[in-house]
Design a protein around this ligand. Structure first.
Ligand code: ZN
Ligand code: ZN
Length: 254
C-alpha cells in the first residue's frame, strides 16, 4: 500500500526527541498527540486535516475542477467542453482553500520543506488513484525561467516533482522542458490574459519526451493555462500523453 510506503516511520533518536519536545502541527502549532515508537508520524493536527477540502468527486473528467451536483462520472466542465484541453487529465488532492492555501504558501514562500514533503505525499497518492501510471515514464515540473530561479533561489514545483517521482519510483526528468522566455506572474491576470501570457513560453527536448507519457507537476492549478502551454510544447516535441498533478486546485474557474 502506498500509504505505508510514503508515511515515514520514526527513528529511535527521533522518538526520544519527541518525548522531550512534543511535535507540533506544522500549520497551527497545536501539540500533536504522542506517537508510539513504532507508530507513523503525521505532521498535521486532526483539526487542520479535517478543515482541508478534498477535490471531488464529482470533478471534471479532464481538468479536475469540482462539479457540485454532477451525477455523470464522465462529466466535463463548460471550459473543457468548449475548448478541449491539450493535457489528458489534471488532478489534485485538495482544493485551494482554507488551510490548504496556508500550507501551499508556507511551503512556497517560507521554504517550509516538511509541509512540501507532506503535500507531495498526498499528490503521489492522488496520482496512483487517478492516472494510468504504468504508462508514465517520466516526472517533470513546470519549469521556472533560469533568471527567476536564480533570483528566488528556489523552485517549489521542482521540489514537489522530485518528491513525487521518488514516491512513485519514476524517473525525474526536469531538463525535458524549459522556459523559452520570461513571463509575467499569472496571479493578477484575468482568464484570457493568462493563456496569452504563457503562449509559446516553453520548449521541450524531443529526445527526452518523444513517444512518452509524462507526469507534469506544479503547485496549484487555476485556469490551467500554464499546464496547457507546457502540454502543447511537450506534444509538439512528440510526447504521447500528458497528465497534470498539482497539490491544489482552485475551486471554480476564475
Ligand atoms: Zn493544526
Ligand atoms: Zn474541466
Amino acid at each position: 500500500m502506498v500509504h505505508a510506503k510514503l508515511l515515514r516511520r520514526m527513528r529511535p533518536a527521533e522518538a526520544f526527541a519527541n518525548l522531550l519536545y512534543p511535535p507540533a502541527c506544522l500549520l497551527c502549532r497545536a501539540t500533536l498527540p504522542p506517537v508510539p515508537p513504532q507508530g507513523i508520524t503525521h505532521p498535521l493536527c486532526r483539526k487542520c486535516l479535517e478543515a482541508m477540502p478534498r477535490c471531488g468527486p464529482p470533478v471534471c473528467q479532464q481538468c479536475g475542477v469540482g462539479l457540485p451536483g454532477a451525477f455523470d462520472a464522465i462529466a466535463r466542465c463548460a471550459v473543457c467542453r468548449n475548448n478541449p484541453r491539450v493535457f489528458e487529465m489534471a488532478r489534485a488532492p485538495w482544493q485551494y482553500q482554507g488551510p490548504v492555501q496556508d500550507a501551499v504558501r508556507q511551503f512556497k514562500y517560507h521554504r517550509r520543506w516538511r509541509i512540501g514533503r507532506w503535500l507531495a505525499e498526498g499528490m503521489a497518492i492522488t496520482a496512483q488513484r487517478s492516472f494510468p501510471l504504468d504508462e508514465v515514464t517520466a516526472v517533470l515540473p513546470v519549469p521556472l525561467h533560469w533568471l527567476a530561479r536564480r533570483l528566488r533561489g528556489r523552485h517549489p514545483s521542482a521540489d514537489l516533482a522530485s518528491a513525487v517521482a521518488r514516491s512513485l519510483e519514476k524517473p525525474y526528468v526536469p531538463q525535458a522542458l524549459r522556459r523559452s522566455r520570461w513571463t509575467r506572474t499569472q496571479t493578477r491576470l484575468g482568464w484570457r490574459q493568462r493563456f496569452q501570457n504563457v503562449h509559446q513560453a516553453f520548449i521541450a527536448q524531443g529526445p527526452l519526451v518523444r513517444h512518452r507519457s509524462l507526469l507534469l507537476v506544479d503547485d496549484v492549478l487555476t485556469s490551467g493555462a500554464t499546464a496547457e502551454a507546457c502540454a502543447l510544447a511537450l506534444k509538439a516535441a512528440g510526447a504521447r500523453r500528458v497528465f497534470v498533478l498539482t497539490a491544489a486546485r482552485t475551486p471554480l474557474h476564475r
